[in-house]
Design a protein around this ligand. Structure first.
Ligand code: SF4
Ligand code: SF4
Length: 87
């Protein structure tokens, strides 16, 4: 199977892994991923739980993702899943 590939500055080929999902069970809504994403992929969502409200991150614009992986590296809760995309 062929995947979308990119080139580094020195023209070395690499296969980006794009965002698939964020696990809202483990997300604590810290916002670290939101701060590192420069492509407007993520947004906060409020979830009502009984008497309290919980903030968590959701994938808003998956199509904007460039597959840099920065969000996943900054998440201490390992909420992110990524996958390459078929060309
Ligand atoms: S860094 Fe992880 S825990 Fe924090 S808001 Fe993002 S997905 Fe949630
Ligand atoms: S992989 Fe990069 S571009 Fe995609 S959501 Fe994460 S930080 Fe944003």
């Amino acid at each position: 199977m062929a995947y979308i590939t990119g080139l580094t500055k020195s023209k070395k080929e690499w296969t980006p892994e794009f965002i698939v999902a964020i696990d809202d069970e483990t997300c604590i809504g810290c916002g670290r991923c939101y701060k590192v994403c420069a492509h407007d992929v993520l947004s906060f969502e409020e979830l009502d739980e009984d008497d309290s409200a919980k903030m968590f991150m959701k994938v808003e614009n998956a199509g904007n993702c460039i597959g840099c992986g920065a969000c996943g590296r900054t998440c201490s809760k390992k909420c992110f899943s990524f996958a390459p995309v078929e060309a």
